[in-house]
Design a protein around this ligand. Structure first.
Ligand code: B12
Ligand code: SF4
Length: 506
């Protein structure tokens, strides 16, 4: 192995509190494991990650800085650190990957301090890029790469699916050398030691608001049930995990894979959570749903998005999802003791402000109907934040309203764009503050009326009291200024927000 060409793999800070295992960087590490020397730095685990990066770079042993970047808080370290590296260590080659880098590659390339972007799947592209750079070969032969030539961003051919069974298993023991791996297995609603696991890339659908569509273009490919089971079993035997969050964009695409996985996992006493589509899952037989429950499935995150049929069509939700089905499916899943976690996107654009507000009100009513059908349904509310999906009808509509993404990479650090990333403050011209307040106030009242089961710190007494206190507001649709509930949630309940902190993690 080369000693002067080492690689820093950096996971910028997302949260100091209950950080998850940095899977993106770990999978990139797996792709070069045994071939190149690397050091993993997890911004979630360092008080001063820049100091650590600088100390390493000062040794003169490093040549590459690889950074994963998803939208949101990771930009706060990714941008200034990469910029500083280029300024202070211009010989270091900087490489970004992840959802932000791939979707917003233009601003990244124009920044002048990011040399390469791995566009989408990195498992083959990253080792190929390192080999090509080490041997000065032709960059154009590498798939999934973006680089600059004569001031122009060049995108090479993109592969959108990969045989996951052929990939190296994740080098958990390597991560353990840098940070105690057991510290990543936190207590959640699912169990005492929950891990994150990613078993497939992509999704076969093309919802026009979704950030994974431009990357995977309706392709989905997953690990086989056997390999998935072996890897989960390894984590159980070696590290004692008792529960798993499957963080695939769409874990339940193949009923056959799910049945095979359930068969293998059912005696292991592992509880699990995953993400799915309502229409896909509604096609699963009762036997499969019952089997999933028996095999440890406790909760499923489902993109309900909106109860408005026209909007469902406009956002290209595809498939066969409709409002009546969403309500009946919440009930159906409840019969199998699996909690549906419905995510809604409020605040889509419309022709007039009145229509936007009418749709928000309609969705609020719809959410209340879902809750009536199955009160255990967990509700996650996002405010619509546009995703750069060139050519989609929705994105064209958004552009026509005057909405524009930042033109400079550093602009993403501005306060208003931070809120945008968290889907809290979307900066979309058609949403007035009155509309945003309406959505947020409803959310506060809803969360008080039905405190999430995922907040395992809440006592039964706390749940009952806050629920009682919000009953009148909820029943009469009086959501304005719910200060009493906000204060309680903040200081007494210390309420958690699954939509920001991750679904089941406490
Ligand atoms: C786990 C997760 C989180 C965790 C944090 C993860 C962390 N790094 O610590 C939590 C739950 C905190 C989180 C939060 C958010 N998340 Co998030 N998150 C994910 C999730 C579910 C899994 C990521 C993962 O580990 N994937 C597994 C790895 C192996 O895949 P990967 O990241 O794609 O990596 C591959 C390639 O991208 C590439 N690659 C990636 N990085 C690098 C780096 C280098 C150097 C190279 C060469 C290659 C490379 O190679 C890898 C191997 O092929 C993804 C969805 C998904 N299924 O990926 C969403 C996702 C990335 N999140 C998303 C978003 C928007 C957010 C939020 C910003 C907003 C929100 N409200 O949800 C918040 C931020 C809030 C906050 N406080 O930080 C979106 C991004 C969409 C977009 N518009 O681009 C995704 C895609 C979910 C979705 N479908 O909408 N998230
Ligand atoms: S089904 Fe879900 S993951 Fe798939 S494209 Fe639609 S929103 Fe994205």
């Amino acid at each position: 192995m080369e000693t002067k060409h080492k690689i820093i793999l950096f996971n910028p800070l997302v949260t100091k509190y209950k950080a998850r295992i940095p899977l993106s960087i770990l999978q990139v590490a797996a792709s070069i494991y045994g071939k190149h020397e690397f050091v993993i730095i997890d911004g979630n685990r360092e008080d001063d990650p820049w100091k650590k990066i600088k100390t390493l770079l000062d040794t003169g042993e490093f040549k590459y800085f690889g950074c994963t970047v998803m939208p949101g808080p990771q930009l706060r370290q990714a941008i200034p650190f990469t910029k500083k590296i280029k300024l202070e260590y211009p010989h270091i080659i900087t490489i970004w990957g992840g959802y932000f880098a791939s979707n917003q590659y233009q601003v990244c390339m124009e920044s002048g301090y990011i040399d390469y972007i791995v566009n989408g799947i990195g498992d083959l592209a990253f080792p190929a890029l390192l080999d090509t750079l080490e041997k000065s070969l032709d960059l154009r032969t590498i798939n999934n790469l973006i680089f600059k030539e004569n001031d122009k961003a060049i995108k090479t051919r993109k592969i959108t699916s990969i045989d996951m069974d052929s990939l190296q298993t994740l080098p958990y023991h390597e991560l353990d050398k840098f940070y105690p791996i057991r510290s990543y297995f936190g207590r959640t609603y699912l169990g005492k030691k929950t891990t994150l696991y990613h078993s497939s890339f992509g999704c076969p659908f093309t919802c026009s608001f979704c950030g994974i569509v431009p990357i995977f273009e309706a392709r989905w490919k997953g690990e086989s049930a056997e390999r998935l089971y072996q890897n989960v079993k390894y984590l159980k035997d070696k590290y004692g995990i008792d529960s798993v969050e499957f963080c695939d964009n769409n874990f339940f695409v193949s009923e056959r894979r799910i049945i095979a996985f359930c068969k293998l996992i059912e005696t292991e006493n592992i509880t699990w959570w995953g993400e799915a589509r309502i229409d896909t899952l509604d096609k699963f037989s009762d036997e499969t749903l019952a089997y999933m429950s028996k095999a440890g499935c406790r909760m499923i995150f489902l993109g309900a998005e909106t109860g408005n049929e026209e909007m469902l069509k406009a956002i290209d939700k595809g498939g066969t999802q409709n409002a009546a089905q969403m309500i009946s499916f919440a009930e159906r899943l409840g019969q199998f003791n699996i909690i549906p976690e419905y995510s809604f996107v409020l605040g889509f654009p419309a022709e007039t402000p009145d229509q936007v507000m009418a749709m928000i009100n309609e969705d609020i009513e719809f959410i209340k109907q879902v809750k009536k059908a199955n009160p255990l349904t967990e509700i996650i509310i996002y405010v619509y934040s546009p995703v750069l999906t060139e050519g989609s009808e929705l994105y064209e509509k958004v552009k026509a309203t005057g909405f524009q993404f930042p033109e400079k990479l550093e602009d993403w650090l501005a306060q208003e764009w931070k809120g945008f990333d968290l889907r809290k403050n979307p900066l979309t011209p058609w949403l007035t503050s009155k509309m945003i307040d309406k959505i947020r106030d409803f959310e506060v009242v809803l969360n008080a009326r039905y405190p999430t089961v995922q907040d395992i710190k809440l006592s039964n007494l706390q749940r009952k009291m806050v629920s009682l206190l919000s009953k009148a507001r909820y029943n009469t649709n009086f959501f304005y200024f719910p200060y009493e509930l906000k204060l309680l949630q903040r200081f007494w309940l210390k309420y958690r927000q699954p939509e920001q902190e991750g679904a089941t993690m406490v």
